[in-house]
Design a protein around this ligand. Structure first.
Ligand SMILES: Cc1cc2nc3c(=O)[nH]c(=O)nc-3n(C[C@H](O)[C@H](O)[C@H](O)COP(=O)(O)OP(=O)(O)OC[C@H]3O[C@@H](n4cnc5c(N)ncnc54)[C@H](O)[C@@H]3O)c2cc1C
Length: 504
């Protein structure tokens, strides 16, 4: 390839798609390499049988667990990455998440930067991704320099009732932040029709603020931005000193192609970014690129999450259910020795799938919650690759007693507002492989000041290389108990502004 780029970005999801938007708009010659293609807009986008039961959009990858047993990860390779399927719950981490937190299973480490450092980037990300919300309702929230661009999505009747009941009982429900292209004041101009199908499904209307719609598409017409799809990056090569990436080796249309740029940014998702680095071992980097510390692939995190269905006395006809959150048990306190996590609602489509499992007489009364407890970074929870380049993911869930505690708190809250505790159905017993749930994968190349304990420096540049950056969920030193995408987007904007300074 004769073309030379200012920046090559590998992956077009929350990290890569957002970064492309920043660099593309600033006029940088940017090449986007994406393993997948555009997700087709087709009626199957909203078909639960196709999406859930048949896994129509799940990749055909095979990964292996710590014992070498194969499994199919629920990973999505498209322009927009995992955000094509995400629920667009766009939360900031809480200020306390940036400090050291003592959990039942150990410590969640302090970040090298604090909430104040991230606040301006969170604001930029909320405006770029058109987030709806109301600041100031959730007592665990940090300060904000600017309001959300859109008011919170209004609660439907049953959720408003739930919110009022919780408030009367002394809890602090809040409007969940949500990235959808909805104009409630002017339905004619609104792309989103409040069908509530965003969570776990692609949006046929392109009305969800995903990384394709918001990040990539708006810069694709620019002369300085090039996107190559079906381009799977295999490895990165360096010059003799090992200090700079000199080539990005890609499989594309049955051929091997090498691209070159001044700066290379990995944003292939936490598992695949680690895979590419580990597959790029060379004489100068025998343990894998940027891996003299042995940290690449380690500290893999996801979230300890579970669905819980509550059977209300009144029927629940809500279409767009994902409008309420509850963080009263997020941190330790009030007699709780450890942080428990976040409670939020699930979207209609996930709801439909879960309700299909319920007896018909109660399904119409189901109120569907999603409980999230922080997962801790453990060195042995890690990605490795074998000689053939296959991913091996060794993982043990953490903080289970806290996840159980969160469920008990929800049960108590529901009893207090008049929904009998014995009508709370735990669906944890449904067969599932916790390893396959890689939706919130994070942490395999954490950033930090010390090259002995981190892979990236504070600008997310690899400590050991002069021109290699990482801008996806790999950089997270801890994952908190709220959904990670907004933090990935905010950090990508931060890295983008650093690169603009560097390249000027
Ligand atoms: C069903 C579901 C629901 C979710 N709901 C929420 C939510 O409501 N809120 C929230 O905050 N988060 C949610 N998430 C998580 C969120 O989507 C991720 O945290 C976020 O997308 C991570 O961003 P990333 O850039 O690290 O990875 P991704 O967004 O996955 O992007 C990685 C990109 O790299 C590409 N790629 C991979 N390997 C290669 C390669 N070798 N060469 C070239 N390209 C490659 C992929 O195709 C992909 O486009 C959800 C995820 C899923 C799957």
């Amino acid at each position: 390839m004769s073309e030379h780029y200012d920046v090559i970005i590998i992956g077009t999801g929350a990290g890569g798609g957002t970064l492309a938007n920043v660099l593309g708009r600033a006029g940088k010659r940017t090449l986007l390499l994406e393993r997948g293609n555009f997700l087709p807009r087709e009626k199957e986008n909203w078909d639960p049988d196709q999406v859930r039961a048949n896994g129509r959009y799940v990749s055909r990858d095979t990964w292996y667990d710590g014992e070498g047993r194969p499994f199919q990860p629920k990973v999505y390779y498209f322009v927009g990455g995992a955000t094509k399927m995400y629920g667009a719950a766009l939360y900031r981490l809480r200020p306390g998440d940036f400090g050291e937190l003592r959990h039942v299973d150990g410590l969640s480490p302090a970040w090298p930067l604090g909430y104040d450092d991230f606040e301006p980037w969170y604001t930029r990300a909320e405006w770029l991704y058109q987030v709806h919300g109301t600041h100031g309702e959730d007592p665990t929230e940090g300060h904000w320099s600017k309001d959300y661009p859109w008011p919170a999505v209004s609660h439907e009747r049953s959720i408003q009732q739930l919110s009022d009941d919780l408030e009367r009982a002394g809890y602090h429900p809040f409007s969940a932040p949500c990235g959808i292209l909805l104009d409630e004041a002017n339905r004619q101009r609104s792309a989103c029709i409040r069908c509530g199908t965003c969570d776990g499904f692609p949006c046929l209307l392109h009305a969800k603020s995903d990384a394709e719609v918001i990040g990539v598409r708006p810069v694709l017409d620019l002369d300085n931005v090039t996107l190559v799809v079906d381009a799977e990056v295999q490895r990165l090569t360096t010059g003799p000193s090992g200090r700079a990436v000199t080539g990005v080796v890609v499989s594309h249309a049955g051929e091997t192609v090498t691209y070159r740029g001044d700066v290379v940014v990995l944003a292939a998702g936490a598992v695949n970014t680690a895979r590419i680095l580990l597959r790029s071992a060379s004489g100068a980097h025998p343990a894998g690129l940027a891996n003299a510390s042995g940290q690449v692939g380690r500290n893999y995190m996801t979230h300890n999450s579970s669905p819980v269905v509550v059977i209300a006395k009144e029927p629940n006809h809500t279409a767009f259910q994902k409008t309420l959150g509850l963080n009263d048990f997020y941190f330790a306190g009030d007699g709780r020795p450890w942080p428990l996590g976040n409670i939020q609602m699930v979207g209609k489509s996930s709801m439909a799938a879960r309700r299909a499992e319920l007896p018909a007489e109660v399904a119409g009364h189901a109120v569907d919650f999603w409980l999230t407890t922080e997962d801790l970074p453990r060195p042995d929870n890690r990605v490795t690759v074998d000689r053939d380049g296959n991913v091996h993911l060794a993982y043990q869930v953490t903080n289970q007693p806290a996840a159980d505690g969160l469920r008990r708190e929800l049960t108590t809250a529901m009893s207090r507002i008049g929904i009998a505790a014995d009508r709370v159905l735990d669906q944890n017993s449904l067969p599932h492989n916790p390893l396959a749930g890689v939706a919130h994968q994070a942490g395999t190349c954490r950033f930090g000041a010390d090259p002995a304990t981190s892979v990236l420096d504070l600008n997310c540049k690899a400590h050991e290389l002069d021109n290699l950056y990482v801008a996806d969920a790999s950089f997270l030193p801890s994952v908190g108990a709220v959904n990670p995408a907004l933090t990935v987007m905010a950090n990508a904007i931060r890295v983008g502004e650093h690169l603009l300074e560097r390249l000027s």
